[in-house]
Design a protein around this ligand. Structure first.
Ligand SMILES: C[S@@+](CC[C@H](N)C(=O)[O-])C[C@H]1O[C@@H](n2cnc3c(N)ncnc32)[C@H](O)[C@@H]1O
Length: 377
């Protein structure tokens, strides 16, 4: 199969692409951006190494599949062949790229700031669609940026590439019509709002601590704030300065019981996830279903943690909490608050970013979730 046929087969599956983006996918072949050895990370199965020398056909098959391909682990400290560690750069799955570009929706002539050059593929797609002179892409890792420059040259493209911390944006090129963020953020850096033209858009994968990520499209209002809504679910590697780790705590656990089934809290809906992340921005959680239907939820924040264990024969659910906060108590209250609002779906929530920070709201920007007890008054 020729490269052109492979691209057609891939783009035919990506319903988010309009004709202009489809042309860009053909003009900027993805395989030019993939190293000879990389780690394929499909979302429906285990990861595996792709090696162009050992199996060139399989390497090309993966390049034109809808899989994310990891190109750096632990900021380059771990060999890609191991496939283990923190994934720190990748070319995102084409379906995710298409969804984000659809939301970005630039006009011809728009100037775009991209955060996270990575392999250079999405910078290339933007440059092909809008022209090299309209695209600035920032990358924090010097080695990655050098490789991306080579990839883009091979594709005949030369958008402006800037080595630096994308959290600060790039003032020299502002204002931008569009900011295209390809790493996850817990909090939207205010510099992006300042550097966006009134009416311009910032498309960003919001990766709160609680549960999964969500694509957000924020529009700059012109008064120094940006406001927007939530779209599809996503999973992105984090902006470097916003990575987090689990604290080590020494205190003894306090025991209690709850009658709320924790499985409902973590599996209700994307609406519940956004509401809880908005009300409890510092709380992380992981959970697993164990043999015999048992279920364990682990919560933590910077100074507290909680363990919640459900077993099918329990009437009540055992809770262990320590630190100054009762994280399960807070999670239970936030979840039940969401239920009391009528269990609203994700598309009823939005985000506002101001110089003071960001907050999540329900239905209207003046109905902030950050003070849940006053909500609705
Ligand atoms: C998912 S990859 C980007 C994929 C890229 N758009 C592509 O097409 O290959 C995320 C990238 O963001 C970069 N990154 C992380 N923190 C950053 C920061 N503060 N400023 C700029 N780039 C950053 C990472 O080094 C990584 O290369």
């Amino acid at each position: 199969m020729s490269i052109g046929e492979r691209i057609t087969a891939l783009t035919d599956r990506l319903t988010d692409l309009d004709d202009k983006w489809r042309d860009a996918f053909h003009a900027v072949p993805r395989h030019l951006f993939i190293p000879d050895k990389a780690w394929c990370h499909p979302d429906d199965g285990p990861g595996f190494l792709i090696d162009r020398t050992a199996d060139p056909e399989m390497w090309l098959d993966v390049a034109y599949s809808n899989a994310s391909i990891v190109t750096q682990i632990d900021d380059g400290a771990t060999d890609l062949e191991r496939g283990q560690g923190d994934y720190t750069s990748s070319t995102s799955a084409p379906g995710v790229v298409a969804a984000e570009l659809k939301l970005l929706d630039p006009y011809d002539g728009d100037e775009v700031l991209e955060i996270g050059t990575g392999t250079g593929w999405t910078a290339g797609l933007l440059a092909s669609r809008l022209g090299d002179e309209s695209v600035t892409s920032m990358e924090i890792d010097q080695v990655l940026l050098a490789t991306a420059t080579e990839h883009l040259q091979q594709a005949g493209l030369s958008p402006r590439l800037v080595l630096g911390d994308g959290a600060e944006g790039w003032r020299e090129g502002a204002p931008y019509d569009r900011v295209h963020v390809t790493c996850g953020v817990r909090e939207v850096p205010y510099a992006w709002v300042e550097q966006t033209r009134p009416g311009g858009a910032i498309v960003v994968p919001w990766m709160p601590r609680w549960a999964g990520g969500h694509l957000v499209k924020l529009i700059a209002v012109g008064d120094g704030t940006a406001v927007g809504g939530f779209h599809s679910g996503v999973d992105f590697m984090l902006l470097r300065s916003q990575r987090w780790s689990r604290p080590r705590l020494e205190e003894v656990y306090r025991k209690s019981t709850t009658y709320l089934d924790p499985r409902r809290v973590v599996r209700s809906s994307y609406g519940a996830e956004v509401a809880i992340a908005g009300m409890l921005p510092e709380v992380c959680g992981t959970h697993e279903t164990q043999d015999g239907g048992e279920f364990h939820l682990s919560l933590w924040s910077d100074d507290s943690d909680a363990q919640v264990h459900y077993a099918p024969d329990y009437k009540g659910v055992a809770i262990l909490q320590r630190g100054p906060r009762g994280l399960w108590d807070e999670l239970e209250a936030a979840y039940l608050q969401w239920v009391s609002w009528g269990s609203p779906h994700r598309d009823r929530f939005g985000m506002t970013v101001t110089p003071e920070g960001q907050h999540i709201w329900l239905d209207s920007p003046d109905r902030s979730l950050s003070v849940p007890m006053n909500f609705g008054e």
